[in-house]
Design a protein around this ligand. Structure first.
Ligand code: GDP
Ligand code: MG
Length: 150
């Protein structure tokens, strides 16, 4: 069983991305009605014979505090982490980088995981996702915050 986690601030687009990936077609209406995720929404699926468990981490500040207080309980053993940022939410860049920074501090102690950035951009007129994916390896992680991660 592989564990996937979607993390990021509230309103970053995590649940929308999961919905779009899962449904492939006709997801626009469902996305337009999404409510903020409460705590963690879990589901499971099978792909190419491999079982995946997927966790969509609600991103409101009280939840974030709880995950960071007890990361072993929530994040430990995750194979693939999708950290989602809303590129158009300029006012929250510092808040999202701060959350990512704290997660990375914990992840430093974890082994064998892959961190992928999903940067969401909404084109208002036709509601299309543009997803830029970047894989971080350990050397890039060090670059993110050289003072604290060495
Ligand atoms: N117009 C438009 N709205 C979107 C799109 N994707 C997400 N949204 C809206 O953005 C808001 C936040 O998305 P959500 O997936 O709930 O964020 P989460 O809190 O990170 O799970 C929701 O109100 C969605 O309806 C899109 O492609 N176009
Ligand atoms: Mg959500």
């Amino acid at each position: 069983m592989k564990k996937l986690a979607f993390l990021g601030l509230d309103n970053a687009g995590k649940t929308s991305i999961i919905t779009a990936i899962t449904k492939k077609f006709g997801y626009e209406e469902e996305i337009s009605k999404l409510m903020p995720t409460r705590k963690i929404a879990r589901d499971a699926f099978k792909f190419l014979g491999v079982e995946f468990s997927r966790m969509d981490f609600g991103g409101q500040s009280q939840y974030r505090e709880e995950y960071l207080k007890n990361p072993t309980k929530y994040i430990s053993g995750t194979d693939l982490i999708f950290y989602t940022i809303d590129a158009q939410d300029y006012d929250r860049y510092i808040e999202t980088i701060d959350y990512l920074d704290q997660l990375i501090l914990y992840l430093k102690e974890e082994q064998d995981y892959v961190l992928i950035f999903l940067v969401r951009v909404i084109r208002k007129r036709n509601s299309i996702f543009l997803i830029h994916v970047k894989i971080l390896n350990s050397s890039i992680r060090i670059k993110l915050n050289p003072n604290r991660l060495h």
